[in-house]
Design a protein around this ligand. Sequence first.
Ligand SMILES: [Zn+2]
Ligand SMILES: [Zn+2]
Length: 364
Amino acid sequence: MTCKQEYSGTQKKRKGNWGMKVLRLYGPEKIRLEETAIPDINEEEVLLKTEAAAICGTDVRMWQYGYKGVDDGHPLILGHEFAGRIVEAGTKVSFYKPGMRVSMQPNIGCGICERCVEGKFHLCRSYRAFGINMDGAFAEYIKIPAQALKRGNLMVLPEEIPAEEAAVVEPLSCAFNGFSKCDVKPGESAMVAGAGPIGMCHAMLLHMAGARVLVNDINENRLQYCKQIFPYIDIYCGEDLAGYVDRWTKGKGLDVAVVACPVPSVQASVLTLMNFGGRVNFFGGIPQGQEPVPVDTNLVHYRELYLTGSTRSSIAQYRKTMGFVADGLLKVGGLITNRYGIEQAYEAFENAKMGMGMKHVFVF
Ligand SMILES: [Zn+2]
Ligand SMILES: [Zn+2]
C-alpha cells in the first residue's frame, strides 16, 4: 500500500477544510498572507495544528532584508518559535500520538557530524531549521519531518504550560546557552546590555542564579516597562554607564556581562566595565557589512577575562529551559505583550519592527 492510499482516509476527513492560512516570505519587504493546502504527511511524519508562534528579531530581519535562497520561485513560511497539538501521526511514527501538546526546538542537525554526535545539532554545518531554511510555523498547520522526530526536537509539553509561553521558550533556551558559559555565582554583579526580549530572558536566568542584575538600554520607556515586569532588576539609561557600573559594583566592576544588542560601540566598551576574572557573553551579532568590533586584548590579559559567544541552543538546553518554566522558576508570561490572529500579520510585523512591546505572538 502506498502512502497516498494509506492516507486517503485522513484526506477525506479533512474534506471541506483543505486550506490553511500561511505567512510566506518572497524576498526583501515581500511577505504575503496566503491560503494553501494543509500539508500531507507520509508514514514517518507528524502533522501539527499550530497553537502559538512567536515573532523573533530574525523573522523581522528576514522580512526586511530577505534571506538567501528565498525568492519569488522559492518562498518560505517563516516562524521558528512555536507550540501546537499533534493532529495526525504516520503509521511508522513511534511515541508521538494525535492529541499530544508539543513544542519544537527548531534546529535539526544531520545526525552524523562531530557536533551532532555531541548533541550540538544547533552547530551542525548542514542544520535545517523551521522558518529559516524549511517551512515554519506562521501557518495553521505544520508538517514535522521524520528527522526532527528521531532527533528529539519535538518535546511533549507539561500540561501547565500554555502554548504561547511554550513558544517563547525557544529564545529563552538560546539565552540559557549563553548563560551556561558564564559560570554565574550567587551574589555576583551581572549586566545585560539590551532590554529586548532576549535581554530579559538573560536577566531572568541571571536572577535565578542569584546574581544582582543591571539592565542597560538607550530606550528609557522600554527599561521602565522591564522594571515593572521584573522588579528585581536595576536599570540604567544614560550617558555615563561606566560611572554607574562603578558605583553599582562599589568600584569592583562587573563579574558577568551579556551583550544582547547589535551595537558595535556597546560591544567594544563592555570589556572596560569588567571585574578581574569577569565573563562576557557576546549574544547579539552585529549586522552584516559593519566593521568587526576590535577587542582590547590588554584588558583580557591583565584582568583575566573570559570572552564567550553563543548562538541558538541545543535540544537538551531547550528541554531544561522548558522545565524551568514548568516548575515556575522562570515566568515568561510577562514577555508576551501582543497577541494577533494570523490575518493581522502585517500589523504584527510592523509593531515588532518598531520595537513596540516585547514578544509578539500569533495565536491560532
Ligand atoms: Zn528566534
Ligand atoms: Zn551534523
